[in-house]
Design a protein around this ligand. Structure first.
Ligand SMILES: [Zn+2]
Length: 265
C-alpha cells in the first residue's frame, strides 16, 4: 500500500506481520520508488515471500524494479528473505559492515527457525555500509546513520522526501517511544547515544520495522524514547512485545509449517 508520495516518488508498505500485511513473522517491509528504480528496506523472514511480492505487484510495481535491498540490521525477520528476493528481483544487497557475515552465512543460529531445524539460505552482500554513507535510489538520496543498541549492526535511513524528513527506524525506534528487543547483552549506553542522534534530526515521519508508522510530528515519538532511555532502565524493559515475529511463533506453532513449505502459498 502506498503510504507517502511526492512528485514522481512514492513509499509503499508491502510487508508487516504485526499489521497483518504479510506473514506474521515478517518485520515491516517498505519499498521506496525513486522515479526510475526502487529499493526495498529489509526483506522479511523469507516465509511465504510470495505474499509480499503479490502486495508489490498490486501496487503496480514489478519485482525487477527493485535494484537495492537495504537491511536496517540482520535479524532473521528482516534479513532471512534476502536470498529469495535477490533471486526474484536481481537486486543488490546492502548491509552494515558488521552484518555482512550473518547475511552471507544465512545461519541465524539463535532464531526460532534454526532451533526448529529449518534451514536458511545466505546471500552475497554487494556493499558494506558505514555511518554517513549515502545510497542513491533514482532521484532520492538515503543517508545511513549507524545506530547500534538493539543490535550492533543496526542502521537508520534518513531521506528528504518532498518537504518531509522521513526516517526508516528499523528496530531502533518505534512509535510511542517504543524500542527493539533488549537483553543482558544490550549496550544501553550505545542505544541512548543512537536515539539522541535520531532525536536531533527532528524528523517528520517515522517508518519503523514493527508497530504503527507515524506520518507527522514523529520527532515527538523519538524524543519520548530518548527520555525513557535516559531514565530508569527498569522502565525500558517493561515494554510489551506481543505480535512480534517470535511471539507469533510461540502463540501459533502451526506457523512453522509455513516455513517448512515456503512455496505453498
Ligand atoms: Zn531486530
Amino acid at each position: 500500500m502506498k503510504i507517502l508520495s511526492s512528485g514522481p516518488y512514492a513509499i509503499y508498505m508491502i510487508g508487516g506481520g504485526g499489521m497483518g500485511v504479510s506473514h506474521p513473522t515478517d518485520a515491516h517491509i517498505y519499498v521506496i520508488d525513486g522515479g526510475n528504480e526502487a529499493a526495498m528496506i529489509d526483506a522479511g523472514s523469507g516465509i511465504q515471500p510470495e505474499w509480499m511480492c503479490a502486495n508489490l505487484e498490486k501496487d503496480g510495481l514489478a519485482p525487477e524494479r527493485i535494484r537495492k535491498i537495504i537491511l536496517t540490521h540482520t535479524h532473521w525477520d528482516h534479513a532471512r528473505g534476502c536470498a529469495w528476493w535477490q533471486r526474484r528481483s536481481g537486486a543488490a544487497i546492502l548491509a552494515h559492515r558488521l552484518g555482512r557475515e550473518a547475511v552471507e552465512s544465512g545461519l541465524w543460529a539463535e532464531s526460532h527457525i534454526a532451533k526448529h531445524g529449518i534451514p536458511s539460505e545466505g546471500a552475497p552482500v554487494a556493499r558494506s555500509l558505514e555511518d554517513g554513507d549515502e545510497i542513491t535510489v533514482g532521484g532520492l538520496r538515503l543517508k545511513v546513520i549507524h545506530t547500534p543498541g538493539h543490535s550492533n549492526d543496526s542502521i537508520s535511513l534518513l531521506v528528504q522526501f518532498g518537504t518531509q524528513k522521513v526516517l526508516f527506524g528499523g528496530d531502533t525506534v518505534f512509535a510511542e517511544g517504543g524500542h527493539g528487543t533488549v537483553s543482558a547483552g544490550t549496550d544501553f549506553r550505545a542505544y541512548l547515544d543512537s536515539v539522541r542522534r535520531l532525536a536531533a534530526l527532528k524528523i517528520d515521519a517515522l517508518l519503523p520495522s514493527h508497530k504503527q508508522f507515524v506520518l507527522s510530528r514523529a520527532h515527538e515519538h523519538v524524543a519520548l524514547l530518548e527520555r525513557k532511555l535516559a531514565g530508569r532502565w527498569t522502565d525500558v524493559v517493561a515494554s510489551r512485545v506481543a505480535f512480534f515475529p517470535t511471539w507469533w511463533l510461540e502463540h501459533d506453532p502451526s506457523l512453522y509449517d509455513d516455513a517448512r513449505q515456503p512455496e505453498a502459498r
